[in-house]
Design a protein around this ligand. Structure first.
Ligand code: HEC
Ligand code: HEC
Ligand code: HEC
Ligand code: HEC
Ligand code: HEC
Length: 384
């Protein structure tokens, strides 16, 4: 209790400048408060999906769709908000009235998690908001708040699994990133989520304060995944293994390798897919005879229909359908036969990332990488 009182008074002091009625006591401090000292970390976090998770238009739209027509709308809302705006677990602010709720997965939430128990579905956290900030530094010296070394933050995937692994009321793992990771080659090597998604980069832990940063490196808080094509490119290889050209057609063998993704690729929700497309480019620059292989995990409802919207995936998934995603270190070899027009110029293989999380935007497709063989050329060519 004493610890919470210290944190509360700190925030009231920060709010004193305004003439308005004093705000209700906040168990969680705003990211803006942390930013006064942890500027660089705050900058990276503000570029992350975590900082937008409570207010993204795609999420707001999906939340409204999930709640509409539900027999217990408030229960459905709570079932979404605890992950996307987790401070509500303590404040009860499931309607997002408080500014800190709208900060989504915010600094003070993560750094006051004391423990995680995945068996407690819907509330896997032991939360201890207040003056003690838990983190990876064993010898942190902060005169401004207390600190505690936390193996959960430094090395454990459980902090992330609390939100990135989720089994719905029908017993279907709608999000299975953690269990996929657990079944692969990375746990024995000690490569947890943080190692890939929060690598050390040059930077100061604190700036502009009377105390000095004890570190010259910080953990990158931008946490990018599939939303950034360069991150996908770093994890997946595309290779054209063979090409046999005859008068009328080409026979192409292409491999897609999950070289460095710590779980199945594409990871995350079933609204994401990876698409391998092969076609022939004409002299005029057109891509003809495009053929596709789609890597994704389908979720089905109780009648066996494939679910397409995110709220349906969370609320109505009753079974897992086909799962063609590529596992860690797996190589997927695909063969295509493409007819050749007289003016063909090159055979092209493309890897694309497709996100269908927002039905208003339709399928959002981005190019990850491309491999091509020009007519007449021999041997490998083209950018990777
Ligand atoms: C007035 C300055 C100041 C403010 C405000 C501040 N911190 Fe800190 N914090 C520090 C200093 C100084 C350190 C020690 C840095 C070091 O040792 O390199 C630190 C260290 C930390 C650590 C590392 C703890 C560990 O043992 O690994 C965490 C986590 C942390 N702060 C989180 C926060 C959060 C979350 C907020 C906002 C709620 C916040 N801080 C606000 C000054 C501040
Ligand atoms: C999703 C949870 C999460 C959020 C949100 C988050 N952090 Fe962290 N933070 C971590 C983890 C995990 C580590 C340790 C990573 C490691 O050791 O590999 C860390 C490390 C730190 C450290 C120690 C220095 C370092 O970089 O290792 C500080 C200070 C810190 N965070 C402050 C902040 C502040 C300030 C914010 C908001 C602007 C914030 N964090 C948001 C999880 C989070
Ligand atoms: C309190 C819940 C919560 C915790 C804890 C959490 N996340 Fe997240 N994370 C989310 C949500 C919700 C999103 C989706 C945000 C959006 O797209 O609106 C997300 C998004 C992400 C993304 C971005 C995916 C993309 O499309 O680019 C990555 C990567 C990620 N998290 C990794 C981590 C890692 C690593 C940890 C542990 C250090 C972690 N998360 C801890 C809830 C959480
Ligand atoms: C060996 C490195 C590595 C490890 C370990 C790892 N990841 Fe990833 N992760 C990646 C790469 C590369 C991508 C981009 C490819 C993709 O989108 O699937 C990614 C993508 C993601 C995404 C975005 C999925 C999408 O397509 O939107 C999330 C969320 C995520 N990881 C969470 C986690 C969590 C949680 C853990 C720990 C249980 C973890 N990752 C472990 C490398 C790793
Ligand atoms: C267990 C935590 C958890 C729960 C519960 C949860 N989400 Fe999410 N949500 C996530 C994570 C993690 C991601 C990012 C996964 C990825 O990268 O594919 C996400 C992504 C999304 C996205 C995609 C955002 C984008 O822009 O790509 C939407 C929309 C969404 N969630 C809506 C909902 C709705 C609606 C509910 C309630 C029915 C809900 N979520 C419940 C964790 C959760």
């Amino acid at each position: 209790m004493a610890r919470i009182a210290v944190a509360v008074s700190l925030i009231l002091v920060a709010a004193v400048a305004s003439d308005a009625a004093p705000p209700a006591p906040e168990p969680y401090a705003s990211a803006a408060t942390c930013a006064t000292c942890h500027q660089t970390i705050h900058q990276y976090w503000s570029e992350s999906e975590h900082s937008r998770s409570a207010v993204k238009p795609a999420y707001a739209y999906a939340l409204a769709a999930a709640v509409a027509g539900a027999s217990d709308p408030q229960a459905v809302r709570r079932g979404c908000v605890w992950c996307h705006a987790p401070t509500a677990l303590v404040t009860g602010d499931y309607d997002l009235r408080r500014p800190v709720t709208r900060e989504g997965v915010s600094c003070d939430f993560c750094h006051t998690v004391a423990d995680v128990d995945l068996a407690r579905s819907g509330h896997p956290f032991d939360l201890d908001p207040g003056d003690v900030k838990r983190g990876p530094l064993e010898y942190a010296q902060s005169p401004f708040h207390r600190t505690a070394y936390s193996p959960l933050h430094k090395t454990s995937p459980l902090l992330c699994a609390a939100c990135h692994e989720h089994t719905n009321a029908n017993g279907v793992a709608v999000l299975s990133t953690y269990s996929e990771w657990s079944a692969g080659p990375y746990p024995p090597r000690g490569q947890t989520c943080q190692e890939c998604h929060m690598p050390l980069v040059p930077g100061e832990t604190v700036q502009g304060q009377t105390v000095e940063s004890t570190q010259r490196r910080i953990n990158l808080h931008r946490l990018v995944g599939g939303s950034n094509p360069s991150r996908v490119r770093a994890g997946v290889l595309l290779r054209m293994d063979s090409l046999t050209v005859s008068a009328a057609s080409a026979d192409v063998q292409v491999a897609v390798v999950n070289a460095a993704v710590g779980h199945a690729v594409p990871g995350g929700l079933s609204s994401k897919s990876l698409v391998l497309a092969v076609g022939v480019e004409t002299a005029a620059g057109q891509l003809l005879h495009r053929r596709e292989r789609v890597y994704r995990r389908e979720l089905k409802d109780a009648e066996g229909r494939t679910l397409v919207t995110v709220p349906d995936m969370f609320l109505r998934a009753a079974a897992v359908g086909a799962d063609t995603r590529i596992r860690q270190k797996e190589t997927r070899s695909e063969r295509f036969t493409v007819p050749l027009p007289a003016d063909w110029k090159a055979i092209v293989a493309r890897l694309e990332y497709r996100d269908e999380s927002d039905p208003r935007a339709g399928a959002k497709t981005t190019l990850v990488t491309e491999e091509r063989r020009e007519r007449g050329a021999t041997g490998p060519s083209g950018p990777r």
